[in-house]
Design a binder for this molecule. Structure first.
Ligand SMILES: *Cc1c(COP(=O)(O)O)cnc(C)c1O
Length: 228
């Protein structure tokens, strides 16, 4: 199997960073205001290590168990790693998630908000959180519907005391992503939330034009996902 070298990972990262820079500039924004989260789910260890060697420090994973196996040991070898959970969280994984991750992007229902609040207290560890909005109101997708967003954001802040820093969305693949990015931006603005987690390999440049502060990029950095 093809092994990714640090050079190759570095080259992909340079390309993505240069695109981030250009899109930010075109939108009259500072590229430093865009965090690049390298989504390493289902990638081989050598690709992940190549990206670390190439200087990447912010990574995203979508499964708690897979992430714990991969990042538990690496955390001890590398300083300044920042790990983001970008996939759905189940209550029974909350304890491990809070122990491992630094940021949660997928707070999407009352039960998980409540469980996270309790776990933050228990572990004396407050993780910054994004609330996931199901902007396309898709049956099969996680997230709060846009109509419930204001109420749920208030509940997360006031009832559960979660450190909510922004909103996250995954637009329906069949739709124009821009509509969803604009909707997420509007919901965040009216709730005084500054950060927007939106944009993946196919559309991160567009997301930056709509104000994305946290883009989640996998295949453009690592290539096609290799494990299931
Ligand atoms: C897999 C995944 C990504 C990365 O997708 P790419 O198309 O490989 O860039 C981003 N966000 C979430 C929530 C994901 O699950």
């Amino acid at each position: 199997m093809h092994t990714m070298t640090a050079d190759e990972a570095g080259e992909n990262l340079r390309t993505v960073r240069s695109n981030i820079h250009d899109s930010a500039e075109a939108a009259g924004r500072d590229a430093d205001g865009v965090n690049l989260i390298a989504v390493s789910k289902k990638q081989s260890d050598d690709r992940v290590d190549a990206a670390i060697k190439a200087g990447q420090r912010i990574f995203g994973e979508n499964r708690v168990q897979e992430a714990t196996l991969r990042w538990g040991p690496r955390r001890q070898n590398w300083e300044n790693l920042e790990l983001h959970l970008v996939g759905p969280l189940q209550s029974n994984k909350a304890k491990d998630a809070v122990a491992l991750f630094d940021v949660i992007h997928t707070v999407d229902r009352r039960k998980i908000a409540e469980t996270l609040a309790r776990e933050f207290d228990r572990q004396n560890r407050q993780l910054n959180c994004f609330i996931e909005i199901n902007t396309g109101e898709e049956e099969a997708k996680a997230g709060v519907s846009p109509g419930q967003a204001d109420k749920f954001i208030a509940e997360c802040r006031d009832t559960f005391g979660l450190p909510i820093i922004g909103l996250m969305c995954i637009p329906p693949s069949s739709d124009e992503a821009a509509l969803h990015f604009a909707l997420l931006r509007d919901i965040a603005a009216r709730n005084g939330l500054r950060r927007l987690s939106m944009g993946m390999s196919a559309d991160y440049e567009k997301a930056i034009r709509f104000g994305a502060t946290d883009i989640r990029v996998g295949t453009s950095i690592f290539g096609q996902r290799v494990t299931s």
